[in-house]
Design a protein around this ligand. Structure first.
Ligand code: SAH
Length: 393
């Protein structure tokens, strides 16, 4: 199947021959046929179409070099003509595209995946077969610390029993001494989710530490972490600049992940309250406060909508709310409670302007929309991130 079905069209833009040789079959990128400037024009227009009704949309912040940016990389394996191949699924299929060098992934991750594929070809380790549920080796997940250089390799296998595991890991570490931790993740379910719930550390600490906006962050395999570190620093700086913090605010960081935004803002406020549903992420957030010697942040594992309702019930004062929900956006419950909590400012960070527009519509009776800033976190794909500043009427 070719990409024409889902290919992004831009009026007036010339289609170019994609830089990536896999662009026509791989399901990873949908903007390979536009040059980078045209991609930015398309994204600017998309945000203007969806959010322009609320106010002026600032110029999108793009990347100087939009290649090799993904710090989290996933590869799947398949046996093709008795050879193991690795890559991503072909669009709308479960056939793996044999990719040697993906131009949006970290270069180091590309090299490690190539090594693992070679090792698999030289071993008797069986590749997992999705149709029959037989075999062992399913996926590899690699996280690289953009600033720290630390590297985590997660070997996702279908069973606890991994014959010649030690030999496999030893050979991998010998070839890539820069790997700082290796984790075995067990996923024996019939699922398109990459990671299972059970994990075992094989080398190192089981997480990486990276630096972002001068703070250190511990990141474990299942925690959310923004995948484009260069742009994340720009995104977070914008969010914190928009909040115009004076030092005495109580800041609520909702959907906080491993605590990144709250901890970066912690030097500029009186108190940070973070809430997040994923327990691994919240453990990372608590560890990250300690790692940075931050004393004024508290993190809670809870559903954000339930949690904010509780804050309203307890009549807690919150001066600034920063929310950064997943693609589905926030909820009517959360936004209703946010209005009751009535912070002076709301900074809404979103990876989906569609749900963000829906959500803003629910609070715009009580808040003025002051600034709208798109940031390109995902070059060569049609995804776009936005930060919106709202101020209490
Ligand atoms: N602000 C963080 C994470 C943003 S991603 C960062 O920039 O790194 C969105 C986060 O929302 C994820 O960590 C996800 O686990 C969390 N999440 C999803 N549903 C949630 C809910 N109902 N309540 C609280 N957190 C939720």
């Amino acid at each position: 199947m070719t990409k024409s079905s889902s290919r992004i069209k831009l009026a007036d833009a010339r289609e170019i021959e994609p830089l990536c040789p896999y662009a026509k079959i791989c399901g990873g990128c949908d903007m390979q046929h536009l040059n980078y400037n045209d991609q930015l024009i398309w994204k600017q227009k998309r945000v203007e179409d969806l959010l322009g009704g609320f106010g002026v949309v600032e110029q999108i912040i793009g990347m100087e070099d939009p290649t090799y940016y993904r710090n989290k990389v996933h590869a799947t394996f398949q046996v093709r003509r008795r050879r193991v191949v690795s890559g991503m699924y072909e669009e709308n299929t479960h056939k793996v595209v044999d990719i040697n060098n993906c131009m949006i992934q970290s270069k180091k991750a590309n090299e490690i995946i190539a090594t693992i594929t070679k090792q698999l070809n030289n071993s008797r380790i069986e590749i997992f077969n999705e149709d029959t549920g037989e075999g062992l080796f399913r996926h590899v997940l690699i996280r690289t610390g953009y600033n720290s250089g630390q590297i985590m390799v997660v070997l996702v296998v279908a069973s606890n029993f991994f014959p010649s595991r030690n030999k496999f890991v030893k050979a991998l570490m010998r070839k890539h001494p820069e790997i700082t931790t290796v984790v075995q993740n067990i996923n024996n379910r019939d699922t398109s989710m990459v990671l299972g719930f059970e994990e075992r550390k094989l080398r190192g600490s089981g997480y990486i530490i990276d630096t972002l906006c001068d703070k250190k962050f511990r990141i474990s395999s299942r925690s959310f972490y923004q995948i484009n570190s260069v742009q994340t620093e720009k995104l977070y700086s914008k969010a914190i600049e928009f909040a115009e913090l004076s030092g005495d605010e109580v800041l609520l960081d909702a959907y906080c992940g491993i605590g990144t935004i709250g901890l970066i803002a912690s030097d500029h406020v009186e108190e940070v309250i973070g809430v997040e549903l994923n327990s691994d992420a919240i453990q990372d957030a608590i560890a990250n406060s300690r790692l940075n010697n931050v004393k004024n942040a508290r993190f809670y594992k809870a559903d954000a909508s339930e949690f904010i309702k509780g804050l309203v019930r307890e009549k807690r004062q919150v001066d600034v709310l920063i929310l950064d929900p997943p693609r589905e956006g926030s909820t009517a419950d959360f936004l209703g409670s946010a209005k009751q909590l009535s912070p002076k400012k709301i900074v809404y960070v979103s990876c989906n302007p569609e749900t963000q527009a829906r959500d803003i519509n629910m609070i715009k009776d009580a808040y003025d929309i002051k600034k709208i800033q798109p940031v390109d976190m995902f070059p060569f794909t049609s995804h776009v991130e936005t930060v919106v500043l709202m101020s209490r009427k």
